[in-house]
Design a protein around this ligand. Structure first.
Ligand SMILES: [Zn+2]
Length: 344
């Protein structure tokens, strides 16, 4: 009797542990205090954030000595109270700091994809039985899942799943580094078996002139005086014939020739931001016609000097939503251009 009773008690205890493990909430970083012994996804977020803030910490999901040491290191560096624990308030401060911190070196490595791009990051799952499984797209910097791909299997086998760069709520994922994590093996008992298993980068835009280019002086800027008007874009000098790339995935809203001005020009209405991208003085008409879809990074033409132009260059304009001469306004594109140039 005693033996049997003990065995039953043990079984009950094991069952209770299993239930606990299965139903443990996926804690959001900052939703509870973290200290020695804490376990969970939020601990992983903390560990990545600490590393990002200069306190190198292994990402184990388990708050133990090294995490405590890093936490103390950060507390000292920030002149906070040093206790090696992370209160909810500390978590908010750490998240804020990590968001501002320069990207880790790994953030600049890896394949580049564009939001709604032609090529999409793809992950292969292999299932052992019919059912479904789920993969999370995880923002490497914050550790947060921004999107979930659910894959259904009618039988055991392998299936590919692609991500278009949109978040679970339908928003646009910010530029950054991402990776696929198996979220739920599910009843399909699936595992990741191929595809984009390494970290990758996601961008909304690419730079329009990948070849050698020059932003010129004050006369090339947005707002520079011209006879009878002000300059509505940024000029970038480049050799005639250099490729011009679509800066954002979108639809050709206009394609025309203007002898006394823009020369051969093309306007893309961005499908990601709803803003317009304008290319002028192209060597000849773009192959892409009005209504055609262009993907970010796709070549749309070549640098030229057609129209009113004194040398080979791209005159590039940006217009706010709803777009070019349909209610949008031109704005200075230089800041964006320099950012796109920095990683393209
Ligand atoms: Zn110009």
């Amino acid at each position: 009797m005693t033996l049997r009773g003990g065995a039953v008690a043990t079984l009950v205890a094991v069952a209770a542990l299993l239930v606990l493990a299965a139903s443990a909430p996926a804690a959001q970083f900052g939703s509870r205090p973290l200290k020695m012994g804490s376990k969970g996804k939020d601990v992983r977020v903390l560990q990545r954030s600490l590393t990002r803030l200069g306190q190198s910490t292994p990402v184990t999901g388990y708050f133990w000595k090294l995490t405590k040491r890093s936490t103390k290191g950060l507390e000292r560096a920030q002149q906070w109270r040093v206790d090696g624990k992370v209160s909810r308030k500390d978590a908010a401060r750490i998240a804020g700091l990590a968001a501002q911190a320069p990207k880790a070196p790994t953030a600049t490595t890896g394949t580049v994809y564009f939001v709604r791009g032609l090529l999409k990051p793809e992950i292969a799952l292999t299932a052992q039985s019919p059912g479904s499984a789920a993969v999370d797209v995880v923002d490497v910097a914050s550790g947060a899942a921004v999107a979930r791909l659910t894959v259904s299997f009618e039988s055991a086998g392998t299936a590919d799943s692609r991500w278009n760069g949109l978040t679970a709520s339908g928003g646009i994922a910010p530029d950054g580094s991402y990776r696929f994590d198996l979220a739920e093996p599910g009843d399909a008992r699936a595992a990741i078996t191929g595809g984009q298993t390494d970290e990758f980068r996601l961008r909304r835009h690419t730079f329009p002139v990948p070849g050698q280019h020059d932003y010129g002086g004050a006369g090339s800027r947005f707002g520079a005086p011209r006879s009878g008007h002000t300059h509505q874009g940024q000029d970038m000098a480049a050799a005639c014939g250099e490729p011009l790339l679509a800066t954002e995935t979108g639809t050709v809203a206009a394609k025309a020739y203007q002898a006394g001005g823009a020369g051969h020009y093309l306007v893309i209405q961005g499908a990601v931001t709803g803003t317009a991208h304008v290319y002028m003085h192209m060597v000849k008409a773009s192959w892409a016609d009005k209504g055609e879809v262009l993907f970010a990074g796709q070549q749309l033409g070549k640098v030229g000097t057609t129209g009113s132009s004194t040398g080979c260059h791209l005159h590039f304009e940006r217009w706010t939503a709803p777009g070019w001469y349909v209610g949008g306004k031109p704005y200075d594109p230089l800041k964006e251009l320099r950012y796109w140039d920095s990683y393209s």
